[in-house]
Design a binder for this molecule. Structure first.
Ligand code: GRF
Length: 223
C-alpha cells in the first residue's frame, strides 16, 4: 500500500470537519493519517475530539505571540517536527501569513462554507440568505495569500430555502463539508491534483455531474 499522507490539522472551533476526517482515516476510506492537531483556542472542541481519538494535539495560543508571523513560525515548527505532508485548515479562524504558506507550498487546504468566489470571509451563510441567493454550498481550496481565493478543488451545492435561518443553512452546508473535505484529501493523497494556474485539474478525471440544478425547479413544459 502507498504511504499515507501525514495530515496536520488546524482548528479553532467545534471540530466537526476534523471529526469527519478522523472518521474517514479510521475506516481507511482515505489514505491519510492525522499526525497532529493544533488549535489556537484552548477551549476548542476540536482538541477534545483529537484527545478522544488518541491523536497528538497541541494548543498553540495566538495570544502568547507578538505577531502573526511569530505565531505562524510556531505552527511551522510544530508541523515540521511532526513531518506533516498536508496542512488541513478545519475551521481555523486565523489569517495565515507567508511564513506558513511558504513552508507548505500548495500543501495547505481550507474549507469554506460558501460557493467561492461568492461570499468570502465570515458569516457567509447569513450573507447568502440576505443576498437572496438560491444556492449556496461549500468549497475546498488550496490556500494562497488572499482570503479564500486559492485554487478550487471541489465544491458542493445546496439550495437556500425560503425559510432558512443562518443555522439551518449552515447545518445543510456542514453536512456537505463533511463529504467533500475527505474527498479532496483523498485526491491529494492519490497525487491526482494538478495545478494549472488558477485551475486544479484532477487526473484521471472524476465523473462530472450530468445535469444542471435549478432552485426552484423549472415547471415550464419543454424546457
Ligand atoms: C465550517 O463551517 C467551516 O467551513 C468554517 O468553519 C466551520 C467549522 O466548523 N471554516 P467545525 O469546527 O469543523 O465544526
Amino acid at each position: 500500500m502507498a504511504q499515507k499522507v501525514r495530515i496536520g490539522a488546524l482548528a479553532s472551533g467545534g471540530g466537526t470537519n476534523l471529526q469527519a476526517i478522523i472518521d474517514r482515516c479510521l475506516d481507511h476510506s482515505i489514505d491519510a493519517e492525522i499526525v497532529l492537531v493544533i488549535s489556537n483556542n484552548p477551549e476548542a472542541g476540536a482538541l477534545e475530539r483529537a484527545r478522544q481519538a488518541g491523536l497528538p494535539c497541541r494548543c498553540i495560543n495566538h495570544r502568547d505571540y507578538e505577531s502573526r508571523e511569530s505565531y505562524d513560525q510556531a505552527l511551522v515548527d510544530a508541523l515540521q517536527e511532526a513531518h506533516v505532508d498536508l496542512v488541513v485548515l478545519a475551521g481555523f479562524m486565523r489569517l495565515i501569513t507567508p511564513v506558513l504558506l511558504d513552508a507548505f507550498p500548495v500543501r495547505i487546504m481550507n474549507i469554506h462554507p460558501a460557493l467561492l468566489p461568492a461570499f468570502p470571509g465570515l458569516h457567509v451563510q447569513r450573507k447568502a440568505i440576505e443576498y437572496g441567493a438560491r444556492f449556496s454550498g461549500c468549497t475546498v481550496h488550496f490556500v494562497d495569500n488572499g482570503v479564500d481565493t486559492g485554487p478550487i478543488i471541489i465544491q458542493a451545492v445546496v439550495p437556500v430555502l425560503d425559510d432558512d435561518t443562518e443555522a439551518t443553512l449552515a447545518a445543510r452546508i456542514l453536512k456537505q463539508e463533511h463529504r467533500i473535505y475527505p474527498q479532496a484529501i483523498q485526491l491529494f493523497a492519490q497525487g491526482r491534483l494538478h495545478i494549472e494556474g488558477r485551475r486544479v485539474r484532477i487526473l484521471p478525471p472524476l465523473t462530472p455531474p450530468d445535469s444542471a440544478l435549478t432552485n426552484p425547479s423549472v415547471e415550464v413544459p419543454g424546457t
